[in-house]
Design a protein around this ligand. Structure first.
Ligand code: PA5
Length: 448
């Protein structure tokens, strides 16, 4: 089983100016440990459930996928934030680029995948124009079961089925939601629509390894048991690494690095960086009162992709404000990687014998050195290959790290009051009775 490595050397004082010294590393590791113990308590008491996903019974997801394989040409996922980003992250990492352009047989009878996250007329119309209603399965995902964007899109897609005179519309629908509460649960129950539960103690951005991700991913033929094996391997062997990484992040958050850059060296992890950004920002961006003094906690996550951003952001990373901490993700063995055999000109002979993956590796090393020499601290996560296993591992690792950082700083990483406030104004503007006070507050405070 290939180990996932975490290399923090280039964040340490002995390698980089302004890095952490040994004593700070010990202190911050202790702080991380305190956060970890709090997480363990929340987990043991059943308040927080995401570590439990490795013990769930996935046979029902797999059976459902098996029954539906070959039946649909398109799968439309409707959800937003934690109810869509994780799915997109895994799809982009594991399915080939341009997957939707492959034929049905090239896809092995698995459907194309479309994610309707935004209420964007152009995007949503384009998605539906690609799909034939009779041939489409729609998976609506919402933990609360009441998110405006998701329900609005669900309503539109349902009308699209009606307009196209689809019989048995409910056979084309799956609803994934809270086991008890919310509109989707009620609607699904009343109308006999297939429902899957999201455990009550797992919130949106921590839910990708529950039915939220596992149902649509297994419908796409992704080996979901391997995602969970990777997550489990992290729980059994990776906590110490997560504590070191959390200690480094904690130190730099306290030491003026207000931007946290995640820079995987592969385009396959672009959406993963967006998933990470949501997890980091929504969990850690909190106001907190420390001995009566109000603190605005959190740092800003920034997605960057190697080698592409070496031709844009790297200039700022090296010579702009020294307010960033960097995490690289390196992949040692890239699939489809081949050495360059011939060159079209002798001027290009230095490419001979070099594979694309090797060049990507030189690019990463060059960036590491540029930043180290400029006194910019970095860490690196090294994966042997990018597959279900390693992805499951780093997903669980980051859910741990973010929780540890929040709890170590006495903030609640599992709520999102700012996001909820926005939802209330939208409901008010839509004229919902229960939110009229937000409509009034909006009319009073919003200055045109
Ligand atoms: O992490 C979160 O809680 C949020 O980002 C939610 O995932 C997002 O707001 C969507 O919520 P819901 O799944 O309830 O529709």
């Amino acid at each position: 089983m290939p180990e996932i490595l975490v290399d923090i050397n280039y964040s340490l004082k002995k390698f980089v100016n302004n890095g952490l010294d040994e004593n700070s590393l010990i202190d911050y590791k202790e702080k991380a440990q305190k956060g970890f113990l709090k997480l363990e308590q929340l987990h043991k008491s059943g308040k927080i459930g995401f570590p439990e996903v490795v013990n769930q019974d996935i046979s029902v997801f797999k059976e459902f996928a098996k029954k539906n394989t070959g039946k649909y040409n398109d799968l439309v996922v409707i959800g937003i934030g934690g109810s869509s980003l994780g799915i997109e992250a895994i799809v982009e990492s594991l399915l080939p680029f341009g997957y939707n352009a492959l034929s049905f047989s090239e896809r092995g009878g698995f459907p194309r995948i479309w994610v309707m996250d935004n209420v964007d007329p152009h995007k949503n119309r384009s998605i539906l124009r690609h799909c034939q209603p009779e041939d489409t399965l729609v998976c609506v995902i919402s933990k609360s079961g009441g998110t405006v964007e998701t329900l609005f899109n669900f309503n539109k897609v349902y009308s699209w089925f009606i307009d196209n005179k689809v019989e048995n519309i409910h056979d084309h629908l799956i609803l994934i939601t809270d086991p008890e509460k919310g509109f989707l649960r009620k609607y699904g129950k009343e109308n006999g629509i297939k429902l899957f539960d999201i455990p009550e103690n797992i919130g949106g951005r921590f839910s990708v390894l529950t039915s939220v991700g596992l149902v649509p991913l297994s419908l796409l033929g992704i080996e979901i048991e391997k995602l969970l094996e990777g997550a489990k391997h992290f729980l059994n062997n990776g906590i110490e690494k997560a504590l070191y990484l959390a200690a480094v992040y904690l130190y730099f958050m306290d030491n003026k690095k207000c931007i946290n850059v995640l820079m995987p060296y592969t385009s396959r992890l672009g959406k993963f960086s967006e998933w990470f950004s949501q997890l980091w920002a929504e969990s850690l961006g909190k106001k907190n009162s420390n001995n009566g003094e109000l603190i605005n906690f959190g740092t800003t996550p920034l997605k960057s992709i190697g080698a592409i951003d070496q031709h844009s952001l790297l200039q700022l990373f090296k010579e702009g404000p020294n307010d960033k901490h960097f995490t690289f993700i390196e992949i040692l063995n890239h699939i489809f990687d081949k050495k360059c055999k011939d060159t079209i000109s002798k001027d290009l002979n230095h490419f001979k014998g070099v594979s694309t993956g090797e060049l990507l590796d030189y690019e990463l090393r060059a960036t590491e050195l540029v930043l180290r020499k400029a006194g910019r601290p970095t860490v690196k996560i090294v994966l042997d290959i990018l597959d279900e296993f390693s992805l499951g591992y780093i997903i669980m690792m980051y859910m741990y790290i973010v929780s540890i950082i929040g709890l170590a700083n006495d903030i609640n990483p599992f709520d999102q009051p700012g996001v909820e406030e926005g939802k209330k104004y939208i409901n008010g503007l839509l004229g919902r009775e229960e939110y009229l006070e937000f409509k009034k507050a909006f009319e009073q405070d919003y200055i045109k």
